[in-house]
Design a binder for this molecule. Structure first.
Ligand SMILES: [Zn+2]
Length: 186
């Protein structure tokens, strides 16, 4: 028996082929969700490196996590998903879920703008902390590259790369440019 699809003979293993087709179908259905609207646009423009993203979303911190799902592991994963589909429990989200409890979405820190995921990063008082986090991440990344590369780039290059990918980092997304630059070093 030979399996075909649109008159094309499928030469790969049928089991693997069906597995890939079903993954593709699930992924496509996810991208069509209203909550994934922004992700769909970024995906169509090839801004997200999905294979690295999948690895990151499924990353296990310990060997034990591979065989069973612990509560901390589950919480980490839920956080990563909420982060990239913009559903962290900020006031703008909470007000949608429980309008009886939350009366206004205004940020309690500045009392000016609505508290959204984006506002947490763009709020001027958080600016300094945010820059520090990115610089620290750049140093960690640089150390990791040095361990895996014979010709590591200068720290300034990594610093620029990390800081320029910040809008993606805030959402836990892997920016294609960030990823392809890294692959030139490692
Ligand atoms: Zn604020």
């Amino acid at each position: 028996m030979i399996m075909t699809c649109d008159d094309l003979k499928i030469e790969a293993s049928s089991r693997r082929c069906i597995k890939h087709l079903s993954h593709a179908q699930n992924f496509h259905q996810f991208l069509l969700l209203r909550r994934a609207k922004e992700i769909l646009v970024l995906t169509e423009q090839h801004h997200i490196q999905w294979s690295a993203m999948t690895r990151m979303l499924n990353n296990n911190q310990t060997d034990n996590d591979r065989s069973t799902t612990s509560f901390p592991q589950h919480r980490r994963r839920a956080f990563k998903y909420k982060l990239f589909i913009n559903e962290l429990p900020t006031l703008t989200q909470l007000i949608k879920r429980r309008p009886d409890l939350y009366k206004k979405p205004t940020c309690v820190l500045c009392n000016q703008e609505d508290e959204s995921q984006e506002h947490i990063w763009t709020y001027p008082a958080h600016h300094h902390t945010w820059i520090n986090i990115l610089s620290k991440a750049a140093h960690l990344l640089h150390d990791a590259i040095k361990c895996n590369s014979d010709t590591p780039p200068h720290i300034d290059i990594i610093m620029k790369l990390v800081h320029e990918s910040r809008t993606f980092i805030t959402k836990g997304l892997v920016f294609t440019i960030f990823w392809s630059s890294l692959t030139t070093y490692v």
